[in-house]
Design a protein around this ligand. Sequence first.
Ligand code: GLC
Length: 470
Amino acid sequence: MEPVGDFVGSVQELTPSLAVSDNETTWFADARFGMFIHWGLYAAGARHEWVQTNEQIPAEEYAARYQHRFDPDLYDPQAWAAAAADAGMGYLVITAKHHEGFCLWNSALTEFTAVHTPAGRDLLRPLLDAFRGRGLRTGIYYSLLDWHHPDYSIDTVHPLRHHPDRTRLNESRDMDAYRAFLHGQVRELLTDYGEIDVFWPDFSVPIDAPGVARNHTVEQARAIARYLGDDPETLEFKWGADWDAAGLLAMVKDLRPSILVNDRLGISDGYDFVTPEQELPDQLPARDGRPLPWEICQTFSGSWGYHRDESSWKSVEDLVGLLATTVSGGGNLLLNVGPTARGEFDSRALDRLAGIGTWMRRHARSIRGCSRAPDDVRAAAEALDGAVATYSASRRRGYLHLLRWPAGPLVLTGLARRVRYVQLLNDASEILAAPATERAAIGAGPDDLVLTLPPRRPDVAVPVLELFLD
Ligand code: GLC
C-alpha cells in the first residue's frame, strides 16, 4: 500500500491497445440509460452501504450480525429486470461484492457469500439471466476494497482504522494473498457467469489519469478521512499497484475481449469509459484528443445501499431532467437502486422507475441512440431558460427538452433556416411558427425561429420538442 500524502509517483503504464474499439462501445452509447444495483448485507443495516466502516464494526461482528440473518425471501429477479426494462434501461451493473466483502455469487474462494446465508443459494446468476432474458446487457461491479478479507491491510477507510494495534495488525496482513484472492474472484465472475458486458471495479485513490473524472482525488480522500475521523494528512489509500491493476486488466480483457472496463482501477490507460459520480463533468472526458465514453452514476437520494430513513428523494421530473441533461452532454446515466434485505425494490424506487418508464415510453427516441446536438442547436438550447438538447444523427432530429415550460413564445436563436418541422414528441402534435406580428413584438431577428407553444403544458414529466433538421 502506498501512502497518499502529497501524492508523488507515476501511475502504472499500460498499452492503450487494451481499450476496446469504438465499435464495441456502440451498444453502450446507444443504450444511454442503465440500472445500478447496490445489494449486500448492508441492506439489513439500512443506513448506508458504508455502515461497517462508518460505525467501525469489525468483520467478525458484522458477519455475525447480518450474514446469518440475511434472508431475502421476496427476491424476484424477474421483477427487478421488468422494472428496469419498463423504465427504458438498456443494461445492468450489479454489485457482486461491495466494500464489506460479501459476495452475491457462489465464490469458491470464501464462505462470505449468499450461499452461506439463509438464502442458501447463488443470488447473482438468476439476476443476470433475468436481465439478459429481457434483452438487457449485464455488468459486474466488483469492490477492490474488502473490509472482510483478513489479508486486506488496514487503511484510512478501513473499519479498524482506529484500532490501537493497527500497525501490528497490518504486519500479519499479506496484500499478496489478497491480490491473488481478488484476481481469482474476478476470474470466477468472468468465467462462470456468461457474457458480461461491463466490468466496474471500485475504487482507487488517487485516480490521476488523463481524461478521468476526478471522483477519488487526494482532495476528496482527505474529505473522506476527515469524515471518518482519520488524519487527513497521513492518508493511506490503495490504488493501481495495490491491485496489480495492469495484470488484472490484462486478465479481464483476455477472458472477455469486448468487455468495457471503467476508469477506477488506478491506472492511466486501458480503460474504456469514465465514471463521474453524482456530479456532471465540467469538461468532456478525452484521451489523446479523442473523446471518451462516459457514464455518470446517480442515486435516488444519497446512499447507494438501501437507506430506510433518507428523505431527500429526487422526483420523477428531476430524474428525467438528469437523464436528458446527461445525454445532452454525450454521456450515459447509471441510476442506482438499493433493494431491501427482503429482496425488493421499495415503493419509492418503484414509483420513480414507473414514472420514468411512463415518460420513456413516449420519449425514448430523444434518449436512446442520441448524443450531443450540433453546435447551433446546442447554442439555441443554452440561450433558453432551462432547456437541454439531444440529437439523433441517424434521424437528423434534434430534441429540445423543456425543463421549464416557457410562458410566452419560444425563441430558438439562429435556427430559422435549420428547422423544417416541429412537433411535441409526446403526442406528435404540430407546433407552428409564431405569426409575424408576434415575432415583431418580441423583436426576433430574421435567423430566429419563434414557436407558439400550446397554452397548457403537456402532462408529461419533461415536455420535448422534436425538431426535424435540414
Ligand atoms: C463510491 C462509494 C461506493 C459506491 C460508489 C458508486 O465509490 O465508495 O459506496 O458504490 O461510489 O460509484
